[in-house]
Design a protein around this ligand. Structure first.
Ligand SMILES: Cc1cc2nc3c(=O)[nH]c(=O)nc-3n(C[C@H](O)[C@H](O)[C@H](O)COP(=O)(O)OP(=O)(O)OC[C@H]3O[C@@H](n4cnc5c(N)ncnc54)[C@H](O)[C@@H]3O)c2cc1C
Length: 485
């Protein structure tokens, strides 16, 4: 049994819970304990409560804001569709900025290398829009919806470890001394996960890739003071990629605020890694770029610097001894400022929700956790290289490949075409095809497919065992009745 100690329960459903998935008569309702209240944790709480389970989320922070300040996050069409399925369209409209097109610009001269308009067809097929919002708003949207569906959220609670033993319920220890038991524990505690350490038994390190990433937040009121910056702000539905040789900037409006991800060669930036950096210091490192980019950075109110890294491979995600599973960045860390990462983190929740909406037997819990790991690991293996290739594409060093790419972009620009559309198999087109592959994926559909192909067979096997257990006494009684007295 779990008890509530001194920590605050700051959010709990005030209204009766609306369940979209109506549990059937044999539905087995269980309790999930989620360690970590952020994208993966809140989304999992939402999705599992929606499926009919009870969920408690614990987070060490006493507020929703991120430790590293505000930054923009992309809600790719596949994530957008999932959020719409979770009835969050109004929140998306309120906090998001829709991106209609991409503008490719030369980092040094400001020459426009062309536009690419998001194809109607792609958006129609994927059933969603591409939207940018502040990461903190995305977290808050998920938190509010999780609470609406009945999740219990406890902030200011630090988990120090877990206890896992085959055959018994896992439990989490808090630094306050409290112990909380659950049927399943989700480790949604991010890339430095405490739970992960206990699942895999070792520390994992990311591998720096030789590029530094600067996360630049620029207040819109400052941008309005400079006509060129104001023009960037006004083109709110355009994402701009400023591409240089080893240098790049990715700029967009996210819910009214302006974000710039700046990529620079890593050598010489090491002293700034994992720290904030002054705008003037970054401005110096960026030279020689088009002056408007330097002015953009100088208007920033917060800049953090990280090495761009290849994340480590985490294996396994499910604790070998029991019902503890990693989700989000704890399971599959993505590079910071990743454009495909939020959909991966929230997508985990979509998969868990659908799988566990079919829970009828205790023994299915292990099957579902294994299925979750297999399906999501496979997805990560496909999406992570696409993310890294996208970044490589914009920071591509000088050389033949870059010259060919720029020539192809200019040719399509001069022909009045969308720059990523074409019959050639050049890199730009390949990237676009990759993005389509990511955007058209429906995680809930994939989970249902698994259920129809495999899960239901397992359920029938379980059902047969259950029926056999019920039938044995009846058969025995019948035999006894048949036996002459
Ligand atoms: C500096 C930085 C910049 C980034 N920039 C961007 C960006 O611009 N755009 C973007 O989309 N993504 C960005 N990311 C990545 C993004 O933040 C993550 O991909 C995303 O938040 C991962 O979600 P998550 O829920 O898996 O984990 P996290 O967001 O890492 O959340 C983990 C949660 O667990 C809690 N926690 C940790 N340990 C414990 C414990 N022991 N007990 C209780 N609670 C605990 C933490 O407080 C936290 O709330 C950035 C990340 C960083 C660090």
């Amino acid at each position: 049994m779990f008890s509530f100690g001194a920590s605050k329960i700051i959010q709990q459903a005030a209204n009766p819970v609306t369940q979209t998935a109506v549990p059937d008569d044999h539905f087995l309702k269980i309790h999930f304990l989620v360690v970590g209240g952020s994208l993966a944790g809140y989304a999992s709480a939402l999705s599992l409560c929606r499926a009919g389970h009870s969920v408690t989320v614990l987070d060490v922070e006493d507020k929703v804001e991120t430790a590293w300040g505000n930054y923009g996050a992309s809600v790719s069409p596949n994530l957008y569709r999932l959020l719409v399925q979770w009835e969050m369209v109004d929140e998306l409209r309120k906090h998001g900025t829709k991106a209609n097109r991409m503008h490719i610009v030369d980092y040094y001269t400001g020459e426009s290398l062309g536009f690419h308009n998001w194809e109607e067809e792609l958006l129609r097929d994927s059933g969603g829009d591409l939207v940018y919002c502040q990461l903190v708003d995305l977290k808050k949207m998920l938190l509010d919806k999780a609470v609406f569906y009945g999740a219990e959220i406890r902030h200011d609670v630090e988990v120090s470890g877990i206890s896992v033993q085959k055959g018994s319920r896992p439990s989490a220890r808090l630094t306050s001394g409290e112990v909380i038991e659950a049927d399943v524990i989700l480790g949604a505690d991010g890339p430095k996960s405490v739970i992960r350490w206990q699942v895999i038994g070792q520390e994992l390190n990311e591998t720096p890739l030789g590029t530094a990433l600067f996360n630049v937040c620029v207040p819109s009121e400052k941008m309005r003071e400079d006509p060129e910056l104001a023009a960037l702000l006004e083109a709110a539905h355009t994402t701009t990629i400023w591409t240089g040789k080893g240098y790049a900037a990715y700029t967009f409006t996210a819910g009214g605020e302006f974000t710039c991800y700046m990529y620079l060669p890593g050598t010489g930036t090491e002293d700034h890694w994992y720290q904030y950096i002054e705008p003037a210091a970054l401005s110096k490192l960026m030279a020689p770029c088009v002056p408007v980019l330097q002015r953009l950075v100088e208007a920033a109110n917060s800049i953090s610097c990280f090495p761009l890294c290849e994340p480590p491979q985490v294996e396994p995600w499910v604790h070998p001894e029991g019902r503890v599973v990693l989700v989000g960045d704890a399971a599959h860390p993505f590079p910071r400022a990743s454009t495909l990462g939020p959909a991966m983190n929230v997508g985990d929740a979509g998969m868990l929700g659908v799988l566990f909406s079919h829970l009828h037997f205790d023994s299915q819990i292990d099957t579902f956790l294994t299925a979750f790991e297999t399906l999501r690991r496979d997805r990560t293996k496909k999406v992570l290289p696409i993310e890294l290739t996208n970044v490589y594409h914009i920071i591509m060093p000088d050389g033949e490949q870059r010259q060919r790419r720029d020539a192809a972009l200019r040719e399509r620009r001069d022909a009045g075409l969308d720059v990523f559309t074409g019959s050639d198999d050049d890199l730009a087109v390949t990237l676009w095809e990759n993005d389509k592959f990511v955007f058209s994926y429906d995680v809930e559909e994939a989970a249902e497919e698994w259920w129809n192909d495999w899960g239901i067979l397992d359920e029938r096997a379980n059902d047969a065992v259950r029926l056999a257990a019920v039938q044995i006494p009846i058969v025995q009684i019948a035999k006894q009745v048949e036996r002459p007295l």
